[in-house]
Design a binder for this molecule. Structure first.
Ligand code: SF4
Ligand code: SF4
Length: 439
């Protein structure tokens, strides 16, 4: 694609990167067929190619973002399915990241939109605040029906209330903890404990640590590490995202660990991008080092996992989180591990399509998110699974509540290696009137 940036514009390294990305696109349109928003809405401007044109025009003319660009770029899930499809290797992720920062810096959103985004950015990255917000949301659930109307605000508020789990799990605080295996230490890793995950799904970290310990791996959670920054990064809040990245790089770079383990793939994609995010920062070398040793839990387990229980004969429908399959290109490891654990693994039709979770997307774009959720659940459930498994808390929350238990794959692996039956399987246990987890 031809671009027309001036020499003065190209002196800005961020524009130089955008220019290189834009020039690599040959506008073939192959990405449109695998873009969930194009498939759902059928509008070229809601396709990767359409968005690339919008971004090009906005940046080349060096002007504030306009309503049209904001509408279509906000609708992008950052699922990165387009990057998997693109034959020219267009780095859409960094282009849309740049566009989101530009929008955040140049576009004044309506007041309610600004307030909601501020609220999400101030609550979600902090587990204690998140817990308090979830408790409040549960109190508000009975009044959800009063939030009638079809305004975007009403739909967003209803979406927020519907995502709050009916029962809050016990609080988890892993900050500054070290978890040693009972026997010989064969490895040592740092774990990203996550933010929202500690509030909504603490059992995922518990199972991760238990399983790694059982396999002889020591797990540390450095006190200085916190939220990965993904939530604010995807809202274009660049400085907040950089601050989170710097804090985590400082926490992990000096630690003598072989890997930084991530069990929330949305966060893993951002950790693996710290090297790029901080490329012009004094911490650039350390950031690159942290990115290089960041691994999804399934990547790390692939070589060392051994189940110890007899198989339960359960059918697991594996939902590939976009951040894992497109963002990190980790596709085979989770399925290989689940099969090794003795589960029959099935996959939905169109596994490349997003479930609509995408960080805060299911709150900010409730209609598209609901449509993608329904489509994903229909394609998963047609395979008659006992369990739906994924490697990302956002997807698990998005797909919960439709009759099939949703469980993080690491909880299933831990269970089959001698750990506790995943709490999320209570529904399944009741249905089968049997007790799973008996060795
Ligand atoms: S597939 Fe790649 S090269 Fe083709 S239009 Fe999409 S982004 Fe551009
Ligand atoms: S990131 Fe996903 S939603 Fe956004 S343009 Fe690419 S395929 Fe479409």
């Amino acid at each position: 694609m031809q671009t027309n940036f001036t020499a003065a514009q190209l002196a800005n390294p961020e524009i130089q990167v955008a220019n290189d990305i834009l020039r690599s696109c040959v506008h073939c349109g192959m990405c449109t067929a695998t873009c969930p928003t194009f498939v759902t809405l059928g509008d070229e401007l809601d396709s990767p190619r359409g968005r690339i044109y919008l971004i090009k025009d906005m940046l080349e003319n060096d002007r504030p973002a306009a309503e049209e660009e904001v509408l279509h770029i906000d609708r992008c899930l950052s699922c990165l399915s387009c990057m998997t499809t693109c034959p020219s290797g267009v780095d859409y992720m960094h282009l849309v990241d740049h566009a989101r920062v530009h929008i955040n810096e140049t576009y004044r959103r309506p007041l309610t939109d600004r307030l909601l985004r501020d609220l999400l950015a101030r609550i979600l990255p902090y587990p204690n605040r998140m817990r308090a917000a979830l408790a409040l949301a549960n109190l508000g659930k009975p009044f959800a029906a009063l939030l009638g109307g079809e305004s975007m605000l009403a739909k967003r508020l209803r979406a927020m209330l519907s995502l709050a789990p009916a029962r809050l799990p016990a609080a988890q605080n892993l900050t500054g903890t070290v978890h040693r295996p009972a026997g010989a230490v064969k490895g040592r890793v740092a774990l990203l404990a996550g933010c929202a995950q500690q509030a909504i799904g603490p059992s995922i970290n518990t199972a991760t640590i238990a399983l790694l310990n059982r396999l002889g791996v020591e797990v540390v959670v450095p006190a200085a590490a916190g939220c990965c920054g993904a939530l604010v990064h995807h809202m274009g809040r660049h400085e907040e995202a950089l601050a989170a990245a710097r804090r985590n790089v400082a926490a992990w770079a000096g630690d003598d660990v072989e890997a930084v383990i991530v069990n929330t793939s949305g966060c893993g994609t951002v950790l693996k991008d710290y090297g790029f995010l901080l490329r012009n920062d004094p911490m650039a070398a350390d950031a690159a080092k942290v990115s290089a040793k960041s691994l999804d839990i399934s990547e790390y387990l692939l070589k060392i996992y051994e189940p110890t229980r007899p198989p339960e004969g359960l059918v697991v429908a594996y939902h590939a989180a976009c951040s894992l399959q497109h963002g990190q290109r980790v596709t085979g490891a989770p399925k290989t591990l689940l099969r090794k654990a003795g589960f029959a693994v099935v996959e939905p039709k169109d596994p490349h399509l997003c479930c609509g979770s995408a960080g805060t997307y299911n709150i900010l774009q409730p209609d598209i998110a609901a449509s993608l959720r329904r489509r994903k659940l229909d394609t998963l459930k047609v395979k008659n699974p006992d369990i739906i498994a994924a490697g990302n808390i956002g997807c698990l929350t998005q797909l919960a509540g439709d009759g099939v238990p949703t469980v993080h794959m690491v909880e299933l692996l831990d269970w089959m290696a001698g750990g506790a039956e995943p709490a999320g399987l209570a529904l399944l246990s009741a249905r089968h009137a049997t007790s799973f987890g008996t060795p």
